[in-house]
Ligand binder design. Structure first.
Ligand SMILES: N[C@@H](CCC(=O)N[C@@H](CS)C(=O)NCC(=O)O)C(=O)O
Length: 210
């Protein structure tokens, strides 16, 4: 019984692949080339009507979308593999808080930066530039919240060691590095560097070109 991951290298499917590898789960990947618009074909739209990557089919056939939900689900399925802190602990509360925070503020912010035209009906240069600038500002504000939390708690976002919430941050940081540069956000930059140096995660990042 195996998972099926609809993948596009460099996209949010990176973190789902990282989760499956950390878990030691059996999975196959189906490549969906978003650059050529393959995610908009009828076959994939029938699987994920939002036409987005990542999409994960569970061994029993259930289809999951939404990166944070998938990661949280896998962390529960593979408890004890280091994907997230133990259930019921304060560290798990922080893990859940920041997973959802990043989905709502950073992933969504990055989508506003990359697909700006979808977020306004004012498609003139000023309209688009305004949406993009506002997205970048809100991402910097969200990063400042994370930076302040690291200043209180330590090197990692959800406890004494790296979990997938740190990997999630690093993925989005690699898409939009300007949201947390080294001088303004030294702790987040150090976290990203530490994730990049992790022996398990580094080759997956490389494979995804991140
Ligand atoms: N809310 C979704 C967003 C997923 C998403 O937008 N993925 C991007 C790739 S990183 C995508 O599929 N883009 C193609 C498109 O929207 O046309 C999640 O958290 O998984």
């Amino acid at each position: 019984m195996s998972y099926t991951l609809y993948n596009s290298d460099g996209s949010g499917s990176f973190i789902v692949e990282a989760a499956l590898i950390m878990a030691g789960a059996e999975f196959t990947k189906i490549e969906i080339d978003t650059a050529s618009g393959m995610h908009r074909n009828a076959e994939f739209a029938a699987i994920n009507p939002m036409k987005q990557i990542p999409t994960l089919v569970l061994p029993g056939g259930e289809i999951m979308t939404e990166t944070a939900a998938i990661v949280i689900y896998l962390a529960q399925q593979f408890a004890g593999k280091g994907l997230s802190p133990e259930a019921g602990t304060p560290e798990q509360a922080r893990f859940l808080r920041w997973m959802v925070f990043m989905s709502a503020n950073l992933y969504e912010g990055a989508l506003r930066v990359f697909y700006t035209e979808r977020y306004t009906t004012d498609e003139g240069p000023a309209g688009l530039a305004g949406v993009k600038a506002a997205a970048e500002n809100s991402m910097r504000t969200a990063c400042a919240v994370l930076e302040a939390d690291l200043a209180r708690h330590g090197a990692w976002l959800s406890g004494p060691s790296m979990t997938l919430v740190d990997v999630y941050f690093t993925m989005i940081h690699s898409w939009t590095p300007e949201m947390a540069d080294t001088s303004a956000m030294p702790k987040l930059s150090a976290l990203s560097q530490a994730v990049r140096a992790d022996a398990l995660i580094a080759p997956i990042l490389k494979r995804h070109g991140l």
